[in-house]
Design a protein around this ligand. Structure first.
Ligand SMILES: [Ca+2]
Length: 132
């Protein structure tokens, strides 16, 4: 009973300890923190999906961590319509900034660190999602 109450309390502040039962969940912050959204099919553009923590342009260029349900796989893309650099993801990624990209540079927050990092943090704009 106490454990259940703890999970409920953590859920209320946005921390997701369990991950998705199907598909892929994106999180606005690293370590599966902040606002999150579960996807079970292809998403050609993340622009139209609003999230409280993602005020730029929906979920576009917003995700900083992601979880993949057992038996599922995602291919994430730098641009909308499955264009640009891509990354195959078949297990949880607690911090997308640890994954280098050839060309991912957020369109907003163009500071020196973003320009030299080129990581998948705040970069995903579309995804293909399916059972693996
Ligand atoms: Ca992007």
């Amino acid at each position: 009973m106490r454990l259940a109450a703890l999970f409920l309390a953590l859920g209320a502040v946005g921390c997701d300890l369990t991950g998705p039962s199907e598909g892929v969940t994106l999180y606005a912050h690293a370590s599966y923190d902040g606002d999150h959204y579960n996807f079970v099919g292809d998403v050609a553009s993340l622009h139209s999906l609003e999230g409280p923590d993602c005020t730029r342009s929906g979920w576009n260029d917003c995700a900083s961590s992601m979880r993949v349900a057992e038996g599922w796989q995602a291919i994430v893309y730098e641009h909308t319509d499955f264009r640009g650099d891509s990354l195959v993801v078949s297990s949880d990624i607690p911090d997308l900034s640890n994954y280098g990209s050839r060309s991912c540079v957020p369109l907003i927050d163009l500071d020196v660190f973003d320009l030299v990092r080129d990581t998948w943090d705040d970069c995903i704009s579309s995804m293909r999602i399916r059972p693996s």
